[in-house]
Design a protein around this ligand. Structure first.
Ligand code: IPE
Ligand code: IPE
Ligand code: MG
Length: 238
């Protein structure tokens, strides 16, 4: 039994509520997104201070293209700005940055920034910070299935394919599954995030909007996690 045991090694975050935060304080939606991006930076420092090795944040879903052109353009510019301005900081702090999601739907500029950030930070070990951009869990599983079909055509024996092999075809192939999934803003749904990987993640929902989510809120989430009993389908010992 794992109860009260260790801290989570990997926390995934559905950072929701940027728009409602802006509304609450009479700001523009874009200012809400900017405050949200700033909070990702702050939270990264807090993860490092707490020794949590993996932080995965949902930045833009495959469904978020349905938003207004203005909002999508702003979000894409914000991600570009984040990736271009944070390299020095990432290297200084020991942050390895990776991106999951379908890159083929992103602009050439953004793709180039992603590749260079991933390449330049790949030796960093303090925090593995992964951004999900143009990411959908179903899309990821579908892309992995297509890769599998290709390999089968090339002669892979499907009888040898197990869950570990399938996992290796996902965007998260070299990232462990999340132990804890946090969603802010009061919504209690997954919205197509990490569908395969959260099979046994603990869920934590908070009403706080993402830009207002603080270290104290993270502590509450971790504390809740530490008091849970993770059984992974096994029977509890009497
Ligand atoms: C989350 O904030 C950020 C993204 C989805 C990009 P929202 O923009 O969804 O904020 P709400 O849900 O409208 O408050
Ligand atoms: C989920 O938030 C996606 C991201 C945080 C990037 P949404 O605000 O898009 O999700 P729904 O529409 O409320 O399910
Ligand atoms: Mg939302």
């Amino acid at each position: 039994m794992d109860k009260g045991a260790s801290n989570p090694r990997h926390i995934a975050i559905i950072l929701d509520g940027n728009g409602r935060y802006a509304k609450k304080y009479g700001l523009l939606r874009q200012q809400g997104h900017k405050a949200g991006a700033d909070n990702v930076e702050e939270m990264g420092d807090i993860f490092i201070a707490k020794g949590i090795e993996y932080m995965t944040v949902y930045a833009f879903s495959t469904e978020n293209w349905k938003r207004s052109e203005d909002e999508v353009t702003y979000l894409m510019a914000l991600m570009k700005r984040y990736l271009s301005k944070n390299k020095v900081d990432a290297l200084r702090k020991g942050i390895r940055i990776r991106v999951i999601g379908d890159r083929s739907g992103l602009s050439e500029d953004l793709r180039r920034l992603i590749v260079s950030m991933e390449e330049d930070t790949k030796e960093m070990k303090k925090l593995n910070l992964t951004f999900a951009i143009n990411y959908g869990g179903r899309d990821e599983i579908l892309r992995a299935s297509k890769k599998l079909a290709e390999r089968a055509k090339e002669g892979l024996d499907l009888k040898t394919v197990d869950e570990a092999y399938f996992s290796s075809l996902l965007d998260t192939s070299d990232i462990p599954d999340p132990d804890l999934l946090i969603r802010t803003s009061g919504e209690e749904r997954i919205s197509n995030f990490l569908l395969w990987q959260i099979a046994y993640a603990e869920m934590y929902f908070t009403d706080k909007y993402w830009p207002e989510f603080t270290e104290e809120d993270l502590d509450l989430a971790i504390d809740s996690y530490r008091h849970r009993e993770r059984r992974f389908g096994a029977r509890k010992e009497d």
